[in-house]
Design a protein around this ligand. Sequence first.
Ligand code: ZN
Length: 278
Amino acid sequence: MKLARYKDADGTHFGLVENDKIHRLTFDGSAQALIAAWDAMQSDCAAALEGDGQALSAVALLAPVPRPGKVFAIGLNFADHIEESGMDSPSEQIWFTKAVTSVNGPFDPILIPKVSQTVDYEAEMVAIIGKRGKNLAEEDIAGHIFGYCVGNDVTERMWQHRTPQWSLGKSFDTHAPIGPWITTADEIEDPHGLDIRCAVNGEIRQSSNTKHLVFNVWQQISQLSQAMTLEPGDLIFTGTPSGVGAAMDPMVFLQDGDVLVTEIEKLGRIEGHLTNES
Ligand code: ZN
């Protein structure tokens, strides 16, 4: 199923997307609560899908998990991106947090902050945790994932690299757009075989496939779970391929008015318009 959060004239709701329709769920609570209750929601989901639904084009899609408990992202996790970054291939997984306040809707403006103009894009598949867990083995991870969505680990490059710890440069408001909905894990046979692309103003900048992840999704989430309890709704950004603006010669950063499109096979497409912070 495709679980979306959206706004219409009536308010904000959760819904199931099927073809060009969205079918409203009556659930009233947080995204985390809905994900945690998902197994018990299946008859509600079936009932919603039997209704007529409304045109997807008539609603505004919102971030499916607007305020997750945590957002983690892995650095240097595609071989071609490691090479363009001029870094050594890491023997350990490199994790940083993105502030939960950086989460942004799939079609909302992405801000170029007042303090700096070196905003860059990183197309990434995002895994959404479905079940609480700690010290999980790699073979148990699939059962703990609720689903996947498209994300962009938007980065303020100057702020990222002016200290050894990247989190601040990764945490600006609006810099974690996700969506357009969550495709549940049962629809994604293997998350390690999906084409991933990013375009700026229609020009393809990144084009790869998640089969090229250095540390795969199971390894990533298993490792995170050694340190912390993973909870429903937690977001894991799984790494970006080559083609970021900072690796171009000369470097090119996103500008006011640019249109940033991120697409992943089977998961959909998000589109953010770059806008100067006022
Ligand atoms: Zn990234």
